[in-house]
Design a protein around this ligand. Structure first.
Ligand SMILES: Cc1cc2nc3c(=O)[nH]c(=O)nc-3n(C[C@H](O)[C@H](O)[C@H](O)COP(=O)(O)OP(=O)(O)OC[C@H]3O[C@@H](n4cnc5c(N)ncnc54)[C@H](O)[C@@H]3O)c2cc1C
Length: 404
């Protein structure tokens, strides 16, 4: 595996870094202020400004491997760019590269009809609307997607949808116009062919955004994580993606690339936390020495550097394998990095908080919010335990035949 950035990636890296320095970091405080001052659930002027600037500079839709619609980058080439974007709490939205839209756009590129692409994918690619993925349900253990109980029943040339979802990230944002709903459509089929994914426009009668769910008290406005009630929601039959009972096939594809983007962003966030840790530990003095020279603090800095570099290499390996041998063969590496990246980021952020003392848990530094964000990734991406179970299963499979 070649670790060097190609000239194209190197040039893009420099441009994304310059854009972050010039516009994104300075906009963080303005974004917070605009959310706090107005209606929290309306888009902010500053984010629209950033999107306009990034699009004008051609730093737009950099994800989307194997499609003419993106920047033509492989997963391996996109990884260092997603890492830089992940450094900011504003995330990747200025570049139209944010979750859950990236995963949803990939699904639409692969499985939507021409008319659906025109209606939903094109405005998503232009950054005019947003989307959400409605799978998880409050009533069932959703780490096992075969448990999903919300119903989609065919009635002539329509689907009738009923059920309750939650943690539908992004659905509180008024720009969110389309949901990818995953529900039980064929209870008599084999276990992995019982569910379908269906496009549900948010404005369809019967779709009710019940409430935003805060994360450790952060509401993530105006994005939000919604509880959504579906009451006799009727959508056209052709809104089913790929085919009836084929929701799992899509989920496996969607949760590959869309999810490894989170890992790349986590590494970026860990890098920023390490940067803050180093600066603070050199600037402040206690007991006659800079904090960096006290106790085991230098070890914490060294451990953070080593762990971030290891996590980055594993992310790149997973991306490289996805590009070269496909998501299916890369399954173990994808599962490994989903456990490693947020856990490493959490350890680094936790050390950075400690070095900052009380300031670390305050709102004056981004560390508390970073910690909350990374902690959710140990669940939002599927719980760690589920990924560990997958890694362990692949490992044991190598020896199963040889066992007595
Ligand atoms: C901030 C945030 C954003 C999210 N965004 C979305 C979204 O946009 N769309 C969406 O559909 N969902 C989303 N989710 C939901 C997320 O995918 C689920 O929370 C997750 O899949 C776990 O499901 P559950 O909450 O029902 O937990 P459960 O399934 O009840 O699991 C609870 C716990 O049981 C344990 N467990 C489960 N399986 C195993 C196992 N095999 N081995 C050992 N222990 C196990 C784990 O400790 C796990 O955390 C989001 C969640 C959060 C917190």
């Amino acid at each position: 595996m070649d670790f060097a950035y190609s000239p194209k990636v190197q040039a893009l890296r420099e441009r994304v870094i310059a854009f972050m320095d010039a516009y994104v970091y300075p906009a963080e405080a303005i974004f917070e202020q605009q959310v706090a001052e107005g209606d929290r659930w309306q888009p902010t002027a500053i984010m629209e400004e950033l999107k306009f600037k990034a699009q004008a500079e051609g730093l737009w839709n950099l994800f989307l491997p194997e499609s003419e619609l993106g920047a033509g980058l492989t997963n391996l080439q996109y990884a260092p760019l997603a890492e830089i974007m992940g450094r900011s709490m504003l995330g990747s939205e200025p570049f139209n590269c944010s979750a859950p839209d990236t995963g949803n756009m990939e699904v639409l590129v692969r499985y939507a009809t021409g008319q659906q692409k025109q209606q939903w994918l094109e405005p998503l690619l232009r950054g005019e609307i947003r989307s959400a993925f409605a799978m998880t349900e409050p009533e069932v253990a959703s780490s096992d997607a075969t448990n999903m109980a919300a119903r989609a029943v065919r009635d002539g040339d329509e689907w009738v949808i009923n059920g309750r979802k939650w943690w539908t990230s992004g659905a509180c944002d008024p720009r969110c116009k389309i949901l990818i709903f995953m529900g039980m459509s064929h209870p008599d089929n084999a276990r992995h062919q019982q569910h379908s994914m269906i496009l549900v426009p948010v404005e369809t009668p019967g779709v009710n955004i019940v409430r935003p769910l805060p994360v450790f008290g952060y509401d993530d406005a105006p994005h939000g994580h919604a509880e959504v009630q579906f009451n006799n929601v009727r959508v056209p039959y052709e809104n089913v993606l790929l085919g009836e009972g084929r929701g799992f096939e899509i989920a496996q594809g969607r949760l590959g690339p869309g999810r490894i983007h989170h890992c790349m962003r986590s590494i970026g966030m860990a890098e920023r936390a390490l940067e803050l840790m180093c600066q603070r530990s050199l600037q402040r003095t206690a007991f006659g020495k800079p904090l960096a020279r006290l106790g085991g603090n230098i070890d914490k800095i060294a451990d953070s550097r080593m762990e971030i570099d290891m996590a980055r290499l594993l992310t790149l390996k997973a991306a490289y394998m996805m590009d070269t041998v496909g998501n299916k063969v890369a399954k173990s590496e994808i599962a490994q990095i989903k456990v490693v990246a947020p856990n490493v980021a959490l350890k680094v952020i936790d050390r950075a908080i400690q070095i900052h003392g009380g300031a670390g848990v305050s709102q004056d530094f981004p560390l508390a919010y970073m910690y909350a964000m990374q902690r959710t990734l140990r669940l939002a991406d599927g719980p760690d335990e589920v990924h560990r179970a997958a890694v362990g299963k692949f490992e044991l499979a190598k020896y199963a035949q040889a066992a007595p």
